[in-house]
Design a protein around this ligand. Sequence first.
Ligand SMILES: Cc1cc2nc3c(=O)[nH]c(=O)nc-3n(C[C@H](O)[C@H](O)[C@H](O)COP(=O)(O)OP(=O)(O)OC[C@H]3O[C@@H](n4cnc5c(N)ncnc54)[C@H](O)[C@@H]3O)c2cc1C
Length: 380
Amino acid sequence: MNFGITSDQEAMLGHVRALLDDVCDMAYVAKCDETRTPPREAFDAMARNGWLGLIAPEEYGGAGGSPTDLALLLEETGNHFEELGLWLFRNFTYGCYAVLKHGTDEQKRRIVPGVVKGELSFAFGLTEPDSGSDAAALRTRAVADGSDFVINGRKQFTSGMDIADYVLLALRTSDQGKKQLGISTFIVDTKLPGIEVRKIPTLGQHAIGTTEVTFNDVRVPATALLGQLDKGWAICEDTLRYERLCLSAARIGAARRAFELALDYAKTRTQFGKPIGSFQVTQHKFADMKVMLDTSQTMIRRYAWLMENGKAERADTAVIKYYIAESYKTISDVCLQIFGGYGYCMEYPMQRFFRDSRLATIGGGTSEIQKNIIAATLGL
Ligand SMILES: Cc1cc2nc3c(=O)[nH]c(=O)nc-3n(C[C@H](O)[C@H](O)[C@H](O)COP(=O)(O)OP(=O)(O)OC[C@H]3O[C@@H](n4cnc5c(N)ncnc54)[C@H](O)[C@@H]3O)c2cc1C
């Protein structure tokens, strides 16, 4: 297995890094976070430069890139601004990957070119107030009415819904005993009558964040159905595998930025007449973090390779989601400690990494659930 980066991929990383250094520097990120404003200018710049089409085939205006290409792009984006990476990931995962793999020709033609150009954005509504980790227990319903469906219920934590044009929804369409049966996926226009969106105040992820969405008699045409009726759970599981590649890649990038900032600080901050980085206790913290970062990068490259070769199993996804999320959380916490009192101040960037990283072990499936999935494969 070759986990190395090709010269084309190195060139891609160079372009993306230079672009983001220009349009998404630390001051811009701090402003988006403080003013709770989505990084629209940086998103548009990524679109103008063609990066939103990375994984779409050329016939839809894209570049036909691989999961490894995508992981590299999202790592570099997350290194500049995790929330920009998460915005892109939602479009790649739900607007490109899910539609291209499970959609009709009409859906592909209607949606993918707009996502590639950055004209359409996506959100994902799986979680509900009473079904989080037990996601298949969802109850929001779509009932057939003539050739339409009518949606009623509530979704919880639908991130980016307020800036999305479409939301990929997992909905109950029949009761068949086993909860995974009778779920269907729909691509729904977020501006339809009967949809109410409420922003949920959260600890971190302030630029885009998350929402609660209520559906009151929302009427959608049959063309909104993605895949076959009642067979949507398999689409959710498949999409979640792709989501976890993207989320993990963006989080490695963010963890690397926290590490880089703390490393600079440890070299320049002097106490007791020496840089704090000269104390062995500080050096060991950096050694531990370097091991976590290198391991995370190796794991994501291996996982992308498994995806490219159709070999990624459910447990492989859980392994990367669990390890990379926990590493990011730990690295952000340790880096805040290295900044001392300044780490705790809102005027310095480290508090944002600490707040944003806290979601990593919860969103996209908690660490406990990932460990359940891994353990279930061990024949205990
Ligand atoms: C900011 C944010 C953004 C999000 N974005 C989205 C989104 O865009 N789309 C979407 O659909 N969802 C989204 N989520 C939802 C997220 O995936 C869920 O919060 C997560 O899956 C956990 O569900 P829950 O919050 O209901 O917690 P619960 O499922 O109620 O879990 C509570 C605690 O119990 C533990 N637990 C539960 N069951 C078990 C078990 N069997 N074994 C061991 N421990 C267990 C959990 O690990 C957790 O610690 C988001 C959440 C947040 C906070």
